[in-house]
Ligand binder design. Structure first.
Ligand code: NAD
Length: 473
C-alpha cells in the first residue's frame, strides 16, 4: 500500500464489494462468507543461487472460495508481492469466474521476486520448489486448485509446474489439468496466449456497440477509428493493442516501465515490441513522440484507455486529470475506489477488471476441460463439418446454377480448428457477461457504476450457488 492510498488492495476490493452488496437481498452472514479468504498459505523456502549463496524466498497461495471446485487463479512473480495483494487478487478471481459463468472458486499465487534478477536456472528451481510446496500441502491439483500465468510468468513457468506436479503424482491421469497456460506440447490449448487481450477487446467492443451507452459517452457506435491508449506492453497489453488495431481503432500511445510514446496516426504494437527488443526501450520509436513521464500516457486525450500493467495506477491523485471517455481495466485493480468516485463525477465509463480481463480464465477453463477430456478441440467435428459444408454448398450451386468465389468457398467449407472454437467460446462468454452486467445496471439507475453492477452479478451468482449447496438455509 503506497502512502497516498487510503486502503490496501484487499480493502479496496472489500469496499467495492460492500458498495454492491447493498443492492442485493443477501443477509450479512452470507455476504461475510463470500468476502472471506478461505485458505491462506504463506510459505518460505530456501533456494541455492548460481553463485552458491542461499536465498529464502517468500511466496503465497490463497484460495478465496471453494463454492465451486477447483480454485483457479494465476501466479505472479513480482517484488511487490505480499499477502494482502494475493488475497485481493484471489477474491477478484472468485467474482470474475462467477460473472463469466466459469465454474471455479477464486485462487491466486505470488512469489516475491523480480524475475529479472534471476537466471533461468534459478527461476526454474524457485518455480519447481514452489510447486512441490503446494503439492505437500494439497494446494494444487486438477480438482483442488489450478494455477495459471499472471504478471511476470508465462508458458515456461507453467511447463515447469506441470512437470513437477506430474512427476510427484505419477499415474494421475488428469495431472495435466493441474495448471493452465501451458505450452501446446504440454497440454496447453491454442488461443490461450492472446485470450486475456482478446477478451478485453470483445468486452469493450460490445460496450462500444451499445447505442445508448455510446450516446451517453458522446461517442459513435463501434470501435472503428476510436483512439486507444495502452499502458503495459506485456501479454495482455500487447494483444489488446493488436486486436483493437486490427479492428480499425487507432492505438495512439503505448506506455512501459521506461517511458511512453505517442503517435496521433496510430502505433503498431508488433513494431514497437520489436523496437523495444532491439533497443531495450519503447522510447525513440520512429515517427512517435516520447512523453516526459510514462504516467503521462494515462492523462492523454483519447476515447479508450487500457491500463494493462499493474494495480493502483489510476488513483485519487491522477484520476482528475484522466481525459479518456472509456477506461478498460485490462490489469487487475488498476483503478482505486477514489478514482471510481472521480469517474462517476466526470462521466467516465470504467469497464471493470473482474469481468473485462476474464478472457484468460475463460480460456484456462477450456484448457482444463481439454485436459480432462484428453482430446483436442475440433478433432471430432472438423472433418465432419467440412464434408457437410461441401455437400450443402454443392447442392446450393447445383440448384441455383451459380458458383461462389474461391475465397467464399474456402470460408464456408472451413471446419473449426481448436483456436476457432476457443475464440468463439471466448467471444460468446464476453458478450454474454457484458450484456448481463449492463442489464443489471440499466434496471436500477441508483447503481453508481459498472463495477458495482459487475459485483452485484458476482454476489448473486456465488450466493445462489452456496444456497443451492444448502450452506445457507
Ligand atoms: P506481463 O508481465 O506480461 O506484462 C506487464 C507489462 O507491464 C510488462 O511489460 C511491464 O514492463 C509493464 N509495466 C510494469 N510497470 C509498468 C508501469 N509502471 N508503466 C507501464 N508499464 C509497466 O503481465 P500480464 O500477464 O500482461 O499482466 C498484466 C496485468 O493483467 C496484471 O495486472 C495481471 O494481473 C492482469 N491479468 C493478466 C492475465 C493473463 O492472462 N496474463 C489475466 C487477467 C489479468
Amino acid at each position: 500500500m503506497s502512502s497516498n492510498q487510503a486502503y490496501s488492495f484487499f480493502e479496496s476490493v472489500e469496499k467495492s464489494f460492500d458498495k454492491a452488496a447493498q443492492f442485493t437481498k443477501w443477509d450479512k452472514g452470507v455476504l461475510e462468507q463470500i468476502k472471506a479468504c478461505n485458505s491462506i498459505y504463506s510459505m518460505r523456502f530456501p533456494v541455492k543461487l548460481d553463485d552458491g549463496s542461499i536465498e529464502v524466498i517468500e511466496a503465497y497461495r490463497v484460495q478465496h472460495s471453494q463454492h465451486k471446485s477447483p480454485c483457479k487463479g494465476g501466479i505472479r512473480f513480482s517484488d511487490e508481492v505480499n499477502q494482502d495483494e494475493v488475497m485481493a487478487l484471489a477474491s477478484l478471481m472468485t467474482y470474475k469466474c462467477a460473472i463469466v459463468n466459469v465454474p471455479f472458486g477464486g485462487g491466486k499465487g505470488g512469489i516475491k521476486i523480480n524475475p529479472r534478477n534471476y537466471s533461468v536456472y534459478e527461476l526454474e528451481k524457485i518455480t519447481r520448489r514452489y510447486t512441490s510446496e503446494l503439492v505437500k500441502k494439497n494446494f494444487i491439483g486438477p480438482g483442488i486448485d489450478v494455477p495459471a500465468p499472471d504478471y511476470g510468468t508465462g508458458e515456461r513457468e507453467m511447463a515447469w509446474i506441470v512437470d513437477t506436479y506430474t512427476s510427484l503424482k505419477p499415474g494421475e491421469i488428469d495431472g495435466a489439468g493441474c495448471v493452465t497456460g501451458k505450452p501446446i506440447t504440454q497440454g496447453g490449448v491454442r488461443g490461450r496466449k492472446e485470450a486475456t487481450g482478446l477478451g478485453v477487446f470483445f468486452g469493450i467492443r460490445e460496450v462500444c456497440n451499445m447505442e445508448d451507452v455510446m450516446q451517453k459517452q458522446g461517442l459513435s457506435v463501434g470501435v472503428v477509428a476510436k483512439t486507444v491508449v495502452v499502458q503495459g506492453l506485456g501479454n495482455v497489453g500487447y494483444h489488446t493493442a493488436k486486436f483493437f488495431r486490427e479492428a480499425g481503432a487507432k492505438v495512439v500511445a503505448l506506455a512501459e516501465y521506461e517511458g511512453a510514446i505517442y503517435n496521433a496516426d496510430g502505433l503498431n504494437e508488433e513494431e514497437v515490441f520489436q523496437h523495444r527488443k532491439a533497443t531495450g526501450s519503447i522510447l525513440n520509436f520512429p515517427g512517435a513522440t516520447n512523453l516526459a513521464k510514462n504516467t503521462d500516457a494515462l492523462e492523454l486525450e483519447c476515447d479508450i484507455l487500457i491500463p494493462a500493467a499493474l494495480e493502483n495506477v489510476i488513483n485519487g491523485e491522477n484520476a482528475p486529470r484522466v481525459k479518456a471517455k472509456i477506461i478498460g481495466e485490462a490489469a487487475n485493480g488498476p483503478c482505486t475506489p477514489e478514482a471510481d468516485e472521480v469517474f462517476a463525477k466526470k462521466g467516465i465509463l470504467c469497464v471493470p477488471d473482474m469481468y473485462l480481463n476474464a478472457g484468460g480464465v475463460t480460456v484456462s477453463y477450456f484448457e482444463w476441460l481439454k485436459n480432462l477430456s484428453h482430446v483436442r478441440y475440433g478433432r471430432m467435428e472438423k472433418r465432419f463439418t467440412e464434408n457437410m459444408n461441401t455437400h450443402i454448398l454443392g447442392q446450393i450451386e447445383e440448384l441455383s446454377g451459380k458458383k461462389v468465389s474461391d475465397q467464399e468457398r474456402k470460408f464456408i467449407m472451413h471446419g473449426p480448428e481448436e483456436q476457432d472454437l476457443v475464440h468463439s467460446g471466448l467471444e460468446e462468454t464476453m458478450i454474454t457477461a457484458t450484456r448481463e452486467i449492463m442489464d443489471i445496471w440499466k434496471k436500477d439507475p441508483s447503481i453508481p457504476d459498472m463495477r458495482t453492477a459487475a459485483y452485484i452479478s458476482a454476489i448473486n451468482k456465488v450466493a445462489t450457488s452456496y444456497a443451492e449447496l444448502g450452506i445457507f438455509p
